[in-house]
Design a protein around this ligand. Structure first.
Ligand code: CMP
Length: 147
């Protein structure tokens, strides 16, 4: 993993991307500006793992460029791919919201850049966002979990 420098163009792209994520769509501009100050940009090579099932979650991610696969280990025996995520898709919210270990492993299918929001900032960003709880339940249900 490589920490990358964020340029102004990237922050514009981030704003456009997160507006499409329901979680962020109703967020006020001043809050979004705060998030922009917190967000980081990481680069991963094809085959690198961004997070591992069972790990403690410390960040939330939005795919900027590239493709990642989400897989789960069943009964410790075999691994099953459950989703492919690309630009604008987010992941890593489950562990932060449920304060539980990562539910899946996320592996880069190609060289990938992701926006990263550390858990404290993620939680701060969502505080006081009235639509958040409902939206989270919807996203969790869609992904097969209950929060
Ligand atoms: P988290 O458990 O923090 O880390 C692994 C992430 O994989 C998880 O959050 C979700 O963001 C993502 N994830 C888990 N299950 C699915 C699914 N069925 N579809 C898409 N993404 C998922």
């Amino acid at each position: 993993m490589e920490k990358l420098r964020i340029k102004e163009f990237d922050t514009v792209q981030f704003t456009k991307m997160v507006r499409k994520i329901k979680l962020f769509s109703s967020m006020r501009m001043d809050l979004l500006e705060k998030i922009l100050a917190w967000v980081g940009l990481h680069g991963y090579k094809k085959g690198e793992k961004i997070c591992r099932q069972g790990d403690i979650g410390d960040a939330f991610f939005v795919v900027y460029e590239g493709k990642v696969s989400v897989s789960v280990r069943k009964l410790g025996l075999f691994t099953k791919q459950i989703a492919l995520l690309g630009p604008g898709d987010c992941f890593g919210e489950m562990a932060l919201l449920r304060r539980a270990p990562r539910t899946a492993t996320v592996t880069c299918e190609e060289d990938t850049r992701v926006f990263v929001l550390l858990s404290d900032n993620f939680n701060a960003a969502l505080e006081g966002n009235a639509d958040f709880a409902e939206e989270m339940r919807r996203l969790a249900a869609e992904r097969g979990f209950t929060v």
